[in-house]
Design a protein. Structure first.
Length: 96
């Protein structure tokens, strides 16, 4: 049975132009991610997803970000946390 999970995602975008970053942020918000203001260079996001478990919720959140970012050439580092489960750490290079 699916439950609602809040997933926290912290991202760092490297090699991305400011105009593209604004586009990505707008598209992420359109896909249900809510930006959490931070004082660091990284950006924090939260999304609520319907999933069977915490692992599935994290996978859905990562997939949502990848779907938005895949058309921009840059490197993204992210950390994903949901509940008490293991934290996912990923580094992804998107090619043009």
């Amino acid at each position: 049975m699916a439950e609602a999970y809040n997933v926290l995602i912290v991202t760092e975008f490297q090699g991305l132009e400011e105009s593209s970053k604004k586009e990505i942020f707008d598209r992420l918000e359109e896909h249900g991610l809510e930006k959490i203001p931070t004082l660091t260079q990284a950006q924090a996001w939260e999304i609520k997803v319907e999933a069977d478990d915490e692992s599935d919720a994290k996978d859905q959140a990562v997939q949502a970000i990848h779907n938005v970012c895949r058309t921009y050439p840059f490197e993204m580092r992210l950390v994903v946390q949901c509940g008490s489960g293991q934290i996912i750490r990923r580094k992804k290079q998107f090619e043009p």
